[in-house]
Design a protein around this ligand. Structure first.
Ligand code: PLP
Length: 288
């Protein structure tokens, strides 16, 4: 964990530490490693079959899966939403260099990626595959993300807050379970990177199960910091990211962590995060 100290935080009376999951591993870093680790165990136990998954053209999940496939010796097939950019962007180029087979999937087919008929047709064409959903967000991934809580330490703050970006909500769901297991006694704030009111809370409810309702006052989704939707950005966000990175030495990207820290700053400025609070922000990776 890395402490961030700046005039803005001091004036607000708020302590901030960043859990640098981005530094865990150059290729397998970030939250995607925690999501993949239990899945990889299952894949290896199943005799290393071919693994198939889905993602957008900038998917950190496909990138991490490709790296894991190369490292552990199983083959990977990534279906990419829409067209394959030519030349490949750095994320897909990296995946291809790791040996991942990349195939484009039309946006209409991509929407059907969980549809049993669609998957049955895919298996008929490709043979049996182990399937990982978009973002790798299945029940095993939620289990894997519980372990993120092991790395969190709080000091003397009066109010403990854990802040993270949420794309599918699986990391938040796992973290909620982990935080409850360890009695961290913290409030979890998820900054949604999607423009989809209500969606992220439903995701957490379905991924965390009954715990989400039982611990309802332990977590909350903030929906005001998506900048127009997934991977959308504005000059104001870009400016914040470069200022923050320069001052703290911590790199952010605009899809997830940039929106998290931008949103945190707004919440602190508005006083929604009170003086005396101690925040642990999870840097979920994504800067390569
Ligand atoms: C995938 C990703 C997330 C979102 O994680 P979810 O479990 O889908 O909510 C957050 N940050 C980064 C950098 C990611 O790559």
């Amino acid at each position: 964990m890395q402490a961030v100290d700046c005039e803005f935080l001091r004036a607000a009376g708020v302590q901030l530490k960043v859990l640098r999951l981005d530094l865990v591993h150059p290729d397998l870093g970030g939250n995607k490693w925690f999501k993949l680790a239990p899945n990889i165990e299952a894949i290896i136990a199943a005799g290393k079959p071919r693994v198939l998954s889905f993602g957008g053209a900038w998917s950190n999940h496909l990138r991490a899966l490709a790296a894991a496939g190369r490292h552990y010796g199983f083959s990977t097939l990534g279906f990419v939403r829409g067209e394959l950019p030519r030349p490949l962007n750095p994320v897909l180029q990296f995946a291809a260099d790791c040996g991942m087979e990349l195939r484009p999937l039309s946006r209409s087919d991509y929407r059907r990626k969980q549809d049993p008929d669609f998957l049955a047709a895919l298996y008929r064409e490709l043979g049996e595959h182990q399937l990982l959903p978009e973002g790798g967000s299945n029940a095993l991934a939620v289990q894997g993300c519980r372990e993120i809580a092991d790395f969190i330490e709080f000091g003397s703050g009066q109010q403990r807050i854990i802040a993270l970006a949420a794309g599918t909500g699986a990391t938040l769901a796992g973290l909620l379970q982990g935080a409850v297991d360890l009695s961290l006694n913290a409030h979890i704030l998820g900054f949604s990177v999607l423009k989809a009111p209500g969606y992220m809370a439903r995701q957490v409810q379905s991924l965390a199960g009954p715990l989400a309702a039982r611990e309802a006052e332990r977590w909350q989704i903030l929906e005001d910091y998506h900048f127009g939707g997934y991977a959308r950005r504005k000059p104001e966000l870009d400016r914040f990211i470069s200022d923050f990175s320069r001052e703290s030495g911590i790199g952010l990207e605009p899809v997830y962590t940039g929106k998290l820290f931008y949103g945190l700053w707004q919440e602190i400025r508005q006083g929604s995060i009170a003086p005396g609070s101690e925040i642990v922000a999870i840097h979920t990776g994504g800067c390569h």
